[in-house]
Design a protein around this ligand. Sequence first.
Ligand code: DAH
Length: 384
Amino acid sequence: MADIQAKIDDLRSQAEAAIAGASSVEALEELRVRYLGRKAELTQILRGIGELAPEERGPVGQAANAARQALEALLERRRSELEADQLERGLAAEAIDVTLPGSPAVPVGSPNLLIRTQREIEDIFCGLGYRVMEGPEVELDYYNFTALNHPPGHPARMAQDTFYVDPATLDPELRLVPAPTLPGEVVDGDPLPPGPEDVVLRTHTSPMQVRAMEAQEPPIFIVVPGRCYRSDPFDATHSPIFHQVEGLAVSETITLADLKGTLDEFARAMFGPERRSRFRPGFFPFTEPSVEVDVSCFRCGGTGELPDGSRDSICKGTGWIEILGSGMVDPNVFGFVKANGYDPDAIQGFAFGMGIDRIAMLKYGVTDLRKFFENDVRVLGQFR
Ligand code: DAH
């Protein structure tokens, strides 16, 4: 019996040393099998107790069970230690330094060329003392046409055919301030032409001229960028959705010469220091006189010819590129905001409207308008 006791003690101390020295959870599992598994010596001893002499059974059984329990507890403790160590080491190895940049560096996005061009235009006019304003895209016919001197039935409305909106579909919260009904618009028997209370998708940014003057007394110097809509096809040079920047400058002393100086400055800032601008007579119902404005071509320098003698396709050989419509605000327009401090006999000003899409195409050499709307990253990424 002393032999068995000694064997148990020996097994126990061997196992204790091995467990204390185990360096992984896997090694620990092997030790458990070796010392406490079905074929382990200690297990065999416990199983064989019945064959021992009766007086030996108690002490041997006690010693073997005590050894078994001690080793089980030891295994458990060592396992927790090793697991904690493993976790610790894993955390240390996988630690992320959040102050380092991503790897590989994530490509930076870029603004759409239209937005970028819009910002360039805004910056130029902010530098001249203008303020940037925005207005609604769903607009009353009154602001889009009537108050811009296109009375109901006026043929110039046809040139800006657009999308009409059923006012009943508008959220009452968003419903636009109803405009005054003008006399003389009901024609007996005939269908009514579109009138001031109809609602449209705005065809230009010009309606903000009147809204801004209603909101602020003169002097006023504003630019208004924004999306516009017309019933147009979608091809390389047309789109039913396009972008404009409107300009309005009103005071008691503004003249056509100020318009010329302002647009010369704009042309130089936008298209290069050598640019000049020229006025050609034009027609817009809300300006009098009206002018079409051209800038000297930035590719051929105004000669209409490229260095190899061929015709410059950007300016079609003329040396000039049309960029906007403009003129002196028609006194009839001031008539609609007379009560807001704009007496047509005392006040004057100029207005202009330019297409952002067209200017972006010219400046960045984009030949197909649709490229602005497709959001192809290969196109976007070229303009950072
Ligand atoms: N709203 C005009 C259009 O879309 C452009 C325009 C012309 C705006 C003359 C103006 C202006 O302010 O004075 O065709």
